[in-house]
Design a protein around this ligand. Structure first.
Ligand code: FES
Length: 148
C-alpha cells in the first residue's frame, strides 16, 4: 500500500522534528555541563565561635591573653567595648605584649608599637594587628574564626 504524498510529508516532518528536538536537548545539556565545569564553585565560608571571656572578667583598660590553636590572642576591654587581636606581630611574626600602663601593644623584636585598637603607631610593622570579630551573647564574649 502506497502512502499519499501528504501523509508521507507529515510523517517526515514529525521525524525531523524529533531529530531536531533531540539535538537541541543534547546541545543544551552539553552547554550546561560545560558552564558548570568552567565556572568555579562558590565556597561558602564557615565559622567557629570561641568563648574568650566573661563580661566583667577583664577590667576596663586591661587585656587578657589566651592561646588559640597555639597562637596568642588578646582580649582588650576598652570604653568602646571588647576588641580581640592576634598577638602575632605583622612585621616578622614575633609575639607582641600588652602594656597596660601605655595602653598599647609592644613588639620587642624591632620595637613595633600598636595602639590599643591595633593600629601601627611606631616601628616597622606594615599593617595593624589582625582583629577578630567579637560577638556578645548573654554576658559572654565570643570571637568568630573562619574555618580554613
Ligand atoms: Fe614585630 Fe619586627 S617582628 S616589629
Amino acid at each position: 500500500m502506497e502512502q499519499s504524498p501528504k501523509k508521507a510529508s507529515r510523517r517526515e516532518f514529525l521525524r525531523r522534528l524529533g531529530v531536531i528536538g533531540s539535538l537541541v536537548i543534547a546541545i543544551g545539556f552539553f552547554i550546561e555541563r560545560m558552564i558548570r565545569f568552567l565556572l568555579p564553585k562558590k565556597k561558602t565560608k564557615t565559622y567557629h565561635k570561641y568563648l574568650v571571656a566573661k563580661e566583667g572578667e577583664i577590667p576596663k583598660g586591661a587585656a587578657k591573653e589566651i592561646s588559640l590553636s597555639g597562637k596568642p590572642v588578646f582580649i582588650v576591654n576598652l570604653d568602646s567595648g571588647y576588641k580581640v587581636f592576634s598577638g602575632v606581630c605583622t612585621h616578622l611574626g614575633c609575639i607582641v605584649r600588652w602594656e597596660e600602663q601605655n595602653q598599647r601593644f609592644y613588639c620587642p623584636c624591632h620595637q613595633g608599637i600598636f595602639s590599643k585598637i591595633g593600629e601601627v603607631t611606631g616601628g616597622p610593622p606594615p599593617r595593624p594587628l589582625d582583629e577578630f570579630t567579637v560577638e556578645m551573647d548573654k554576658q559572654l564574649v565570643f570571637i568568630k574564626v573562619e574555618d580554613k
